[in-house]
Design a binder for this molecule. Structure first.
Ligand code: FAD
Length: 279
């Protein structure tokens, strides 16, 4: 049970992969003690590391330290005013018990393809700070995941901070399609943001990792006319690769994603849903 980041990373380093950081425990303890690969592990309890708590606003950024809980962001009126995506994502995570205990850092490092916090953060261009025995590195969140549950993080590194640029957003939308409003794992998730840095679209449960969607973003930048939801399908297929699983089929996910895009964008973008003169 370390009390500082430097003590924690030195413990991670000497454990050589045997120690797993535990923050809220809402992912880790769901598997404990059944998961075989966890039997020979020990836990590095981060609850005594105050440096990892809380969030602050600077002139340019919102800085969340890794143990910031979802509930903290739900309760921050500034987040509602400026980064509604974060608040909407946080409100969909489990239910209030999970939101008060689960952390943004745990959501990122758990690396679920269905992670709702990661979805919002990716559409807001978040940058991660990873601290290890050799110092601190920065990684853009949309470059952090390398494949299913694989990421650019060494075993001695802790995720310490998540930095989100403050921008004037003209549009933010968060959609989670699940079986019900709470305690549901996402079948199709979409976060859309528009600022003077351009369009950002991120999707979850549509690929082995949460993914940014550059082809869709380009369609919006170019104002490519979209008359029907199906016009989005070629770009969706270029950007993501959904699978059939116990929750949904790949075809269902693609079609729902196309309809959500159409539904969210048509009221805002004159080139989405417009009929040609001959129609
Ligand atoms: C009933 C239930 C409902 C849920 N619903 C949702 C949902 O709707 N949407 C959703 O996205 N998730 C959901 N989750 C999953 C979970 O709550 C979130 O992913 C949460 O953000 C995990 O945070 P945590 O602090 O509890 O992580 P932990 O369980 O403590 O850790 C998760 C992973 O991150 C690592 N880790 C944690 N902190 C750090 C750090 N600072 N540096 C390096 N590694 C770290 C751990 O080693 C572990 O691998 C649900 C879970 C439960 C039990």
């Amino acid at each position: 049970m370390p009390t500082s980041v430097s003590e924690a990373v030195s413990m991670l380093d000497t454990s050589r992969g045997k120690a797993l950081p535990i923050a809220g425990g809402t992912d880790l303890l769901a598997y404990w003690p059944e998961r075989l690969d966890a039997r020979d592990k020990t836990y590095l309890d981060l609850s005594g590391v105050d440096e990892l708590c809380g969030h602050t606003w600077t002139d340019d950024e919102l800085i969340m330290r890794a143990r910031t809980t979802f509930w903290e962001i739900v309760c921050d009126q500034r987040a509602t005013a400026e980064m509604r995506l974060l608040v909407e994502a946080a409100r969909t995570v489990g239910a209030i018990q999970i939101q008060t205990r689960g952390t943004w850092g745990g959501n990122i490092v758990n690396a679920s393809p269905a992670a709702d916090g990661v979805l919002a953060l990716m559409a807001l261009d978040a940058t991660l700070e990873l601290t290890g025995v050799e110092g601190t590195e920065e990684v853009q969140l949309d470059e952090f995941y390398l494949g299913y549950k694989q990421m650019k993080r060494r075993e001695d590194q802790l995720l310490t901070r998540i930095r989100i640029p403050r921008r004037a957003y003209t549009f933010q939308s968060f959609t989670k399609i699940g079986t019900r409003k709470a305690q549901a794992i996402t079948k199709v998730g979409l976060a859309i943001a528009k600022s003077d840095s351009g369009w950002r679209i991120a999707a979850n449960s549509m690929a082995p990792t949460v993914k940014r969607c550059p082809d869709l973003e380009r369609m919006l930048e170019d104002e490519t006319p979209i008359r029907n939801p199906t016009d989005f399908l070629p770009a969706i297929r270029a950007d993501v690769s959904p699978i059939d699983d116990i929750r949904s089929t790949a075809a269902y996910r693609e079609h729902v994603m196309a309809r959500v895009l159409f539904h969210e964008l048509a009221p805002l973008c004159p080139w989405v849903g417009a009929k040609s003169k001959s129609e």
